[in-house]
Design a protein around this ligand. Sequence first.
Ligand code: DQA
Length: 155
Amino acid sequence: MKIQVINGPNLNMLGKREPKLYGKLTLTEINRVLMEEGKKNNVELLFFQSNHEGAIVDCIHDCNEYADAIIINPAAYTHYSIAIRDAIASISVPVVEVHLTKIDEREEFRKISVTKDVCKAQFYGKGIGSYLEAISYFIKQQNTLKKKENTDDKK
Ligand code: DQA
């Protein structure tokens, strides 16, 4: 299984950016941990980060050609990017939304996610754990699918 991880604006600043909120790990360090988790489970992870809405939209479209799943932290775009919402809705690849922080316990404007409804699930508030939960979600989904295929074969 190939999972594309997409991180939105300012997440390249992790480690330096408001560490009390977002933690001390850099994005490279986070990606390294995720990569290891993927390897253990036979999952290939690909990483993309951009501060530009259009580049994120393009990446989502491209995923339709090569990815089995997408984990996206749209960052601030979560709260207002209809373009990213529409891009997610336009592809057949399943998408899960993640956030490092508890977006439901922060400022009012962060409680709204315009992307959530077009995603299969949302994991948030657990730092890097939110990304790990998203990886396990897709592994479980894959295992359920495999089991179903096996029982269908026997019919
Ligand atoms: C974030 C939450 C957003 O509100 C914020 O704009 C971010 C990061 C998170 O991971 O907690 O940049 O998506």
